[in-house]
Design a protein around this ligand. Structure first.
Ligand SMILES: [Zn+2]
Length: 135
């Protein structure tokens, strides 16, 4: 194990009241819920940090779901597994609802299959036309 030698160096420098460089004031770690502007994961009750998020295809890729933010929800690995195991569907909106949610989950088991059955079939991706062959 490597040990640190010498005096500890401050990680961040701030400014003193007269604007000379000095150590940043110590601030207690936040114990309150995250600020509303901080990204949060998209499943109610999930407390995992946003940095742990993985993008979930709401309409699964194998079912024709696009890899697009309009079809994505951020989930931690544990809840990603839960969403797939319980086959849950979510509605993704570009603007938040009255509760500030961009993703609203239907938490009844099998909601994914019911929603998928009601959707039109996916549009297959188009390929650019090949250039005409020279004669
Ligand atoms: Zn989670």
């Amino acid at each position: 194990m490597r040990r640190r030698t010498g005096p500890a160096r401050p990680r961040h420098r701030g400014r003193t009241a007269d604007h000379r460089p000095g150590p940043a004031p110590l601030q207690p770690r936040p114990t309150t819920p995250p600020h509303p502007a901080r990204p949060r994961l998209h499943l109610p009750g999930c407390t995992a940090p946003a940095a742990w998020a993985r993008a979930h295809h709401v309409r699964h890729w194998v079912d024709g779901g696009a890899t697009d933010v309009a079809n994505a929800a951020l989930l931690c690995q544990r809840h990603h597994t839960t969403v797939h195991r319980r086959r849950l569907w979510a509605t993704v909106s570009a603007t938040p609802d009255q509760h500030g949610r961009y993703v609203v989950w239907d938490l009844t088991d099998g909601s994914y299959d019911r929603a998928l059955a009601a959707l039109p079939p996916p549009v297959p991706p188009t390929r650019p036309l090949a250039p005409p062959h020279a004669a």
